[in-house]
Design a binder for this molecule. Structure first.
Ligand SMILES: N[C@@H](CCC(=O)N[C@@H](CS)C(=O)NCC(=O)O)C(=O)O
Length: 223
């Protein structure tokens, strides 16, 4: 059976878990926190989660894992077969990750863990986030899903990136990044009603306080 290594507060782990659940692929969840030990790096070369244990070895990087799941579990497709629509889904996934998730992540320490992020990084993140949300506004269709009438991997990446990024925008910059994207808010609500999404959110909520406390303690010890 496949093994998903990650932890419930990890949004990237959430993405893979939702794809597994939506596709109905059986898996075992192995609670795992990122490490930089040789043993960990042998399984996930950058020391991150999620990674997936398969009969042939480990796969890291969420998008590579999502591709793999698509290849082994075609019964419920999360990537459209039509090459053009498929490419559009991939473009949206990449835009959301590069231009929204990553700039927001650069500020997570300050937004969620009581740390402080250098002003130059925050200033760049603010600019990048505004450009990232403008990109989403231009490219996403929200009809009602990100690329049209079908739920795809783009919706999974959207769900687990945009909400966090909007929180960073609000808390650090006083920006309402979803303010002129009511359709995105509606989609977040719609996705939040999915039973698998609800189950993942319940696990995340249960694990958040302990995780935030652990990261805060680590940040304090290193500053
Ligand atoms: N590019 C990676 C990003 C995964 C990632 O950033 N995971 C976080 C948890 S949500 C992590 O492991 N962070 C630990 C670290 O960066 O040391 C992917 O797509 O899987």
């Amino acid at each position: 059976m496949l093994k998903l290594y990650g932890f419930p507060v990890s949004n990237y782990t959430n993405m893979v878990e939702l794809a597994l659940l939506e596709k109905g692929i059986p898996f075992e969840y192995v609670l795992t926190f990122p490490e930089q030990t040789p043993e960990f790096l042998a399984r996930s070369p950058r020391g991150k989660v999620p990674f997936l244990g398969t009969p042939q070895g480990f796969i890291n990087e969420a998008d590579a894992i999502l591709d793999y799941l698509e290849d082994i579990g075609p019964a419920r497709r999360l990537l459209p077969e039509d090459p053009h629509v498929r490419a559009t889904v991939r473009a949206l996934m990449k835009e959301i990750e590069l231009y929204i998730e990553l700039p927001a992540r650069a500020c997570f320490a300050e937004a969620f863990f009581g740390g402080s992020v250098p002003a130059a990084i925050k200033s760049k993140a603010r600019e990048d986030l505004q450009a990232g949300f403008a990109t989403l506004r231009r490219h996403a269709r929200f009809a009602p899903y990100v690329t049209g009438d079908t739920f795809t991997l783009a919706d999974i990446v959207f769900l687990y990136s945009v909400d966090l990024a909007a929180t960073v925008g609000k808390q650090l910059f006083g920006l309402d990044l979803l303010g002129d994207l009511p359709a995105a808010k509606t989609l977040l609500q719609r996705l939040g009603e999915n039973p698998h999404v609800k189950a993942i959110a319940a696990k995340r909520e249960a694990g958040t306080a302990a995780f935030v406390a652990a990261v805060r303690a680590r940040l304090q010890a290193t500053t």
